[in-house]
Design a protein around this ligand. Structure first.
Ligand code: PRX
Length: 648
């Protein structure tokens, strides 16, 4: 039985959903038939959430780059795969056709091979948003090396930790990166990260900014030299080729580090076939991609959104993706609208934080910008407030473009809950319905399915912790180097369920509204940061005795970081101590984790067993000091008054 790959009506969505749950093998085999396999699978799915063990399309052989590139060459080799928009609007736009992408990816694959990189080796990629970043990613995938992209805002220490965890032997980086008015020295950061590292054999450096860099003999190589050498090898008599490595369906494709409730980021591992199928299926269906569409996802490839919806999903679908090096507010707040106008963007996918920040500039930056090419708008990364949703709808979509509010996570590989643009209804601030194959359930603290309660208006609403009952093809397979950590984190809280860490509401029609994290993870401007990670970083500062970090509502960022710090040093005044702590956090994690507020306190509210009562700290940070609940079980209830009285 074959089902349409693209859902084109509400009835078809309902049918696809039903079949995907009742006959998952049939359904996913039919979806997988739309891809290029060296050998088809023997078995669609084998799983249990106890170990956990999830195996999709076992026995299948493929290479994702043949799906992203080679299979498009005959029919659309000269079609742009990427339109690259540089940071500086005056600089030259680069258009990368599928033919060109093929050539460059083959060259990178050859370059990696020349330097001894093999299938299964880990390659860390730390680059700005330039086409070479995509070539590097796909070059790894072509030879079966496992890429691990690290966002350009992470510090040397964060990189060192990730290199160590992944046991990476190769790094691809740039001299520097442009971001708005800044010129960021990436290679210098890598040099710092490599102090004491004995594992890394080579660092390949692409020239972007011409900032001076140190190049260590025997270890550091210029990308340009290596690529030139590789070009001669892959291009013979006008024919370019570098045979793609044959991968098992379940071979790891990449590792992407993300924050959890413990201090150490986890290396989320995605598979070759399942991830490919999930990103492509969700890209085509959620955004209702049509051949010829120009798709613009404003995320950075350092995060999962960029992996799935700038790179893999759109390329597998044969789409044209706009890749943007800069930031939405530089040189002015009209930058995104200029890009939409200039490249006739049809699908725009961005974060609520970006929308809120651009809203703050009013309508002036929109003047004279033709946004009529837009057909679908999307949001991702954090809950969107209704005001921002309506601003996006009124001023960008002109009330003509469906908005998809897409809920998902690094661990899910692609979108799990979202309306389908123009097919299933949108509802402000609601992610709405699950994609085919996704079975969400809300549970209470004990893992019991939560029951509906009448809301203010009388309608029944269920509230609980969001879990998923069964695997979809893009689900996390393991956490790198420590499978039990994967089990503990996602599959041990509730028996036989994948726990997302999010809280949600469900209405009587089965629509979901994601309300935010219920664990110790913050979502700052759509970036995921663990409170324990920030605490560890603050505690590294010499004068700090102890700290506790919580989130609080922030008008622009969604959540801000509030740190309570016990300080015992004698150095400087409060303001300079704050600066020193911020500098320490920047060193240890990176600027994205800098607290917005640091309150110095004499003690932290702890239970008699020594556990910090974060609930109380959260309430105080939120400004809700009247409802702190029961504080009598605290070791020293007086610290609460002290904290309340000195709240920032
Ligand atoms: O809390 C949810 C929030 O972002 C978290 C996942 O973060 P990350 O792994 O960095 O991936 C972000 C991009 C997919 C989720 O646990 N989140 C993501 N999308 C939404 C969201 N919260 C509400 N609505 C969304 N649409």
């Amino acid at each position: 039985m074959s089902y349409p790959f693209q859902i084109t009506s509400q009835e078809q969505y309902e049918m696809a959903y039903r079949v995907s749950i009742n006959e998952p093998d049939q359904f996913w085999a039919s979806v997988a038939d739309n891809f290029l396999w060296r050998k088809k699978w023997d078995n669609v799915l084998e799983w249990n959430f106890k170990d956990p063990k999830v195996k999709w399309f076992q026995g299948g052989k493929l290479n994702i780059t043949e799906n992203c590139i080679d299979r498009h060459l005959k029919t659309m080799g000269e079609k742009p795969a990427f339109i690259w928009e540089p940071n500086n609007p005056e600089d030259r736009v680069r258009v990368v056709t599928y033919n060109r992408l093929h050539k460059r990816v083959c060259q990178v694959a050859q370059m990696l091979k020349n330097n001894g990189v093999k299938k299964g080796d880990r390659v860390c990629i730390y680059m700005g948003m330039i086409p070479e970043l995509v070539y590097a990613i796909l070059g790894c995938a072509r030879i079966g090396a496992i890429h691990s992209v690290i966002f350009g805002g992470f510090s040397a220490q964060s990189i060192a930790d990730r290199l160590e965890d992944a046991q990476a032997e190769y790094i691809i980086t740039c001299d520097g990166a442009y971001r708005g008015g800044k010129d960021i020295p990436l290679k210098n950061v890598i040099d710092d990260a490599l102090v004491g590292n004995k594992k890394v054999k080579n660092v390949i450096v692409y020239t972007r900014t011409r900032i001076p860099v140190s190049m260590i003999k025997g270890r550091d190589l210029w990308w340009e030299d290596e690529m030139e050498h590789a070009e001669a090898q892959v291009e013979k008599d006008g024919v370019v080729s570098f045979p793609a490595e044959e991968m098992d369906a379940e071979d790891p494709l990449f590792i992407l580090y993300t924050s959890g409730s413990t201090g150490k980021p986890k290396g989320v591992v995605h598979s070759s076939a399942g991830y490919m199928i999930w990103t492509t299926y969700t890209f085509v269906n959620v955004f209702q991609y049509k051949p010829g569409d120009i798709h613009f996802c404003t995320a950075d490839i350092g995060w999962i959104t960029g992996h799935s919806y700038i790179c893999y999903g759109p390329l597998c679908a044969g789409a044209t993706s706009v890749m943007f090096e800069g930031i939405p507010t530089w040189p002015d707040a009209g930058r995104l609208w200029d890009i939409v106008d200039k490249h006739n963007v049809n699908i725009l996918y961005t974060a609520p934080t970006a929308i809120r920040s651009l809203m703050g500039f009013g309508l002036e930056p929109l003047k004279g910008k033709d946004l009529s090419s837009l057909r679908t708008l999307g949001t991702v990364g954090e809950p969107i407030n209704e005001e921002a949703w309506h601003w996006y709808d009124d001023n960008i979509g002109k009330n003509k473009c469906p908005i998809v509010d897409t809920w998902w996570q690094t661990e899910t590989g692609g979108i799990l809950i979202s309306n389908l643009a123009g097919i299933t209804p949108a509802r402000p601030a609601w992610a709405t319905l699950p994609l085919p194959g996704v079975q969400p359930v809300l549970v209470d603290e004990n893992g019991k399915e939560a029951s509906p309660n009448p809301s203010d208006g009388g309608a029944l609403v269920t509230s609980g912790n969001l879990c998923i009952k069964a695997p979809w093809p893009g689900i996390i397979r393991t956490t790198w180097g420590d499978h039990d950590r994967c089990r503990q984190n996602y599959f041990a809280t509730y028996e036989n369920l994948y726990f997302t860490g999010d809280g949600a509401l469900e209405d009587e029609q089965g629509n979901f509204r994601i309300t935010g994290r219920v664990d110790d993870v913050l979502n700052v401007s759509g970036h995921r940061i663990g409170t324990a990670e920030v605490e560890n970083a603050i505690n590294m500062h010499a004068g700090v005795v102890e700290s506790a970090v919580v989130g609080y509502p922030h008008a622009l960022k969604g959540q801000g970081i509030y740190a309570y710090v016990i300080y015992n040093g004698h150095h400087g005044d409060e303001s300079s101590r704050r600066q020193d702590i911020l500098q320490t956090v920047t060193r240890v994690i990176g600027p994205i984790a800098k607290p917005d507020k640091i309150q110095f306190v004499s003690g932290l509210p702890k239970t008699r067993s020594g556990k910090i009562m974060r609930r109380i700290l959260r309430k105080i940070a939120e400004g809700d000091t009247a409802n702190l609940g029961d504080t009598t079980t605290l070791l020293d209830p007086a610290v609460v008054d002290d904290i309340k009285n000195n709240k920032l």
